[in-house]
Design a protein around this ligand. Structure first.
Ligand SMILES: N[C@@H](CCC(=O)N[C@@H](CS)C(=O)NCC(=O)O)C(=O)O
Length: 244
C-alpha cells in the first residue's frame, strides 16, 4: 500500500479532534502520530520544525512536501485539497471562513480558559473566581451567538455541513467539561444532536483516544479530572510563579 498523503500529528483534545473529524468524514486515508503532552513531545525540536507554536494539531502533506499548523488552516487545506465540506461559491466560502475564524478566535480561546481555570488552576490551589466567571460568562455568550445563528438553520454556514461545523463542534459540545450551561439554547442543542448522530464524528471522537468526560455529563470525571489537573500541575505552578 502506498503511504497516505496526509500524516496527522494530534492528541485527544478539542483542537486535536478537528482534523480527525474531517478525515473520517471525507474517508481520506491518513497516518496518525499521537503527540504525548506528558512527554512534552509538542515542544521537541523536530516537532517545532513542523509546528513553530509547539502545539497540536499539525499535518504533513507528503504530496506537497510541506507541513501545516493551526487547526483552522489545516481544515481549510484539507477541504480545498479534497474538494469536500467547503462550497465553491465565493460568498458561501466567505461565510464558512467567518465561522471558522469565530471558532479559532472566540469559541476555542474562551471555552479553553473556562476549562483551564476550573479544571487545572482550581484543583492546583489557584481558585480564581473572577477569572473563572469571566470565561464561563463569555463562553455562555458565545454559545448564545451560535444558538441565534442556528435559528432556522441546520448548519452554521452556507446552508450545508462544512468545516465550520467541524471546527466549532468539538469545542461547543464540550460545554460539559467547561461547565457552561446550555439551558434554553434549543437551536444549539438540536445542532449538537445532528452532529452527534454522524457516525464519522463519533468515530473521530475516539481517535487517538475517547474523552467521554468532555462531552458526557454522566461520565465519571473524578479520576480523569485528577489526572488532568496533575498533568498540568507544573504549568499551573510556573504560571503562578510568573505572576508574582
Ligand atoms: N490555535 C491553535 C491552538 C492549538 C492548541 O492550543 N493545542 C493544544 C491542545 S487543544 C496544545 O497543543 N496544547 C499543548 C501545549 O500547550 O503545550 C490551533 O487551533 O491549532
Amino acid at each position: 500500500m502506498p503511504r497516505p498523503d496526509i500524516h496527522l500529528y494530534t492528541a485527544a483534545t478539542m483542537n486535536g479532534y478537528k482534523p480527525v473529524i474531517f478525515l473520517e468524514e471525507a474517508g481520506v486515508p491518513y497516518d496518525l502520530t499521537f503527540i504525548d503532552f506528558a512527554k512534552s513531545e509538542q515542544k521537541a525540536p523536530d516537532y517545532l520544525k513542523l509546528n513553530p507554536n509547539g502545539k497540536i494539531p499539525t499535518i504533513v502533506d507528503r504530496a506537497e512536501d510541506r507541513a501545516i499548523f493551526e487547526s483552522g488552516a489545516i481544515l481549510w487545506h484539507l477541504a480545498e485539497k479534497y474538494g469536500s465540506f467547503l462550497p465553491e461559491d465565493a460568498v458561501a466560502r466567505s461565510e464558512v471562513l467567518q465561522w471558522l475564524f469565530f471558532q479559532v478566535g472566540h469559541v476555542g480561546p474562551m471555552m479553553g480558559q473556562a476549562m483551564y481555570f476550573q479544571r487545572i488552576a482550581a484543583p492546583n490551589g489557584h481558585d480564581e473566581p473572577f477569572s473563572t466567571q469571566r470565561y464561563v460568562k463569555e463562553s455562555r455568550r458565545i454559545l448564545e451567538v451560535l444558538d441565534t445563528r442556528l435559528q432556522g438553520r441546520d448548519w452554521l454556514a452556507a446552508d450545508q455541513y462544512t468545516i465550520a461545523d467541524m471546527a466549532v463542534y468539538p469545542w461547543a459540545r464540550a460545554y460539559v467539561w467547561a461547565r457552561v450551561s446550555i439551558e434554553g439554547l434549543d437551536n444549539l442543542r438540536a445542532w449538537f444532536d445532528r452532529i452527534d448522530a454522524r457516525p464519522a464524528v463519533q468515530r473521530a471522537l475516539t481517535i487517538p483516544k475517547a474523552q467521554p468526560q468532555f462531552y458526557d455529563a454522566s461520565a465519571d470525571d473524578g479520576a480523569f479530572a485528577a489526572e488532568n489537573a496533575a498533568r498540568f500541575a507544573a504549568d499551573a505552578r510556573a504560571d503562578r510563579g510568573a505572576g508574582q
